[in-house]
Design a protein around this ligand. Structure first.
Ligand SMILES: Cc1ncc(C[n+]2csc(CCOP(=O)(O)OP(=O)(O)O)c2C)c(N)n1
Ligand SMILES: [Mg+2]
Length: 409
């Protein structure tokens, strides 16, 4: 992997270092190509060709038979189809912005399906696939991006916190939440038979490669480490933080950073749903048993723009995308199922039909979504009612009532 070090330090004997070193075009191209290789330490259970690889994490997949694998495949196809529909709806002016997850379906579905109902997940803004696995209705997500609502689902019911746009901030929230789980004795319990309790809890927090350069993330790592907090730090390294490549964030592969904080770090093939499921189950178990925290770096790729406001052709080469197309997270499961007889064409056709119907429902809902009533901006802001907020609401509604249309659009 090339690193910024190469850009700033000349070979020994090559003379003094340039003061304002810039990478040459060749170095940029080499660096971009380097993003495609996860290296020898990549945990992969299903190759891009759909071959199943034995792994020390196999015990965490004991229940994953053909039916379960078909389920994971279906999850990923539905989530991708919904993502593409939302992207298209933004282009048609129905959504203010969309944040695509294209290419990251395995990282999100695999890790999301590893969670138990009692666990809590803290997303950034791209985790629509995790939201889906937590039972959050995709239509709820539309409100955020149509700017009619702000993560209004019941986060306790779903074990899925509101989206966070401030990069890395949710790592602090999650660490604090996990410390609470620890303080409340929800970690490291045993049942009367001496086995680990089935009700122990863990937290998972999602953030990107770019977020690892934020102070919040490092502070979260330090606090989680010293309090043995049951939190899985799930970093989706999609190789880009808008236009900044991962190489500019770190000289080390990101998972190796965990060592400096004193907890385990592991790099998993983020395009391999089985690897993501198994490794996240392992990491969550470590946390539930009191051995947290754990850092997982899911090595993946953002196949689309950062958001619909971004034009990636301005900063990355299309050959990089071509390389990653061969590592597609859905295709490898399809090939594996087809080759092993785990699914037939009828199944694949049905999933496609279900995905199309899912997208059509979303579209229909989005086009007919009512505007929220004006007082909505005051609801669900605080857990408890407050006299000051009530007064503001009354004042605002009185103001609106002064208009002929009562403030209606
Ligand atoms: C504190 C803060 N700084 C800057 C931004 C602007 N910003 C939005 S997304 C982004 C890049 C994040 O990249 P990464 O962490 O890799 O996540 P990805 O979007 O690739 O999933 C930045 C800098 C922000 N939202 N918050
Ligand atoms: Mg990124």
């Amino acid at each position: 992997m090339s690193s910024p070090e190469q850009w700033t330090r000349p070979e020994p004997g090559a003379g003094p270092a340039a003061t304002a070193a810039q990478p040459s075009p060749e170095q940029v191209i080499a660096g971009l190509r380097a993003t495609a290789e996860g290296g020898a330490e990549l945990t992969q259970l299903l190759t891009p060709e759909g071959e199943r690889q034995p792994s020390r994490f196999d015990p965490y997949l004991a229940d994953i038979d053909d039916a379960a694998l078909r389920g994971l495949y279906r999850d990923m196809v539905l989530v991708r189809r919904a993502d593409r529909e939302c992207n298209a709806m933004q282009r048609q002016g129905q959504l203010g912005i969309w944040v695509p997850l294209l290419g990251q379906e395995a990282a999100q579905v695999g890790s999301g399906r590893a969670l138990k109902p009692q666990d809590m997940a803290f997303p950034s803004y791209r985790e629509h696939g995790v939201a889906y696995t937590r039972g959050v209705d995709f239509r709820e997500l539309l409100g955020i991006f149509r700017c009619t609502d702000h993560s209004a689902w019941d986060f306790r019911e779903h074990g899925f916190h509101p989206y966070t746009i401030v990069i890395g901030n949710q790592v602090l929230n999650a660490t604090g939440y996990a410390m609470g789980q620890k303080f409340e004795g929800k970690v490291g319990n045993t049942d009367p038979d001496g086995k680990p309790s089935g009700t122990d809890e863990a937290t998972i927090v999602y953030f990107g490669d770019g977020a690892t350069s934020q102070g919040d993330v490092h502070e979260g790592f330090v606090w989680a480490a010293v309090y043995d907090a049951p939190v899985v730090f799930f970093c989706q390294n999609n190789q880009w933080a808008i236009s900044e490549p991962t190489e500019r964030q770190s000289r080390l592969p990101l998972y190796q950073r965990a060592r400096g904080y004193g907890f385990p770090g592991i790099r998993v093939d983020g395009n391999d749903v089985l690897a993501c499921l198994a490794v996240t189950r392992w990491a969550l178990d470590e946390c539930r048993h009191g051995n947290g925290p754990v850092l997982i770096e899911a090595f993946t790729y953002r196949m689309d723009a950062h958001t619909t406001t971004d034009d990636p052709t301005r900063y990355r080469l299309s050959d990089e995308i071509e390389v990653w197309k061969h590592k597609d997270p859905i295709e490898r499961v399809r090939v594996h199922l087809a080759r092993t007889g785990g699914a037939d064409q009828e199944f694949f056709d049905q999933v496609q039909a279900d995905a199309d119907a899912f997208a059509a429902e979303l579209r229909d809902y989005c086009f007919n979504m009512p505007d929220p009533p004006p007082e909505r901006i005051f609801s669900e802001v605080y857990a408890e009612p407050s006299a000051a907020l009530d007064a503001q609401r009354e004042e605002y509604l009185a103001y609106l009532s002064g208009f002929a249309d009562g403030g209606e659009q």
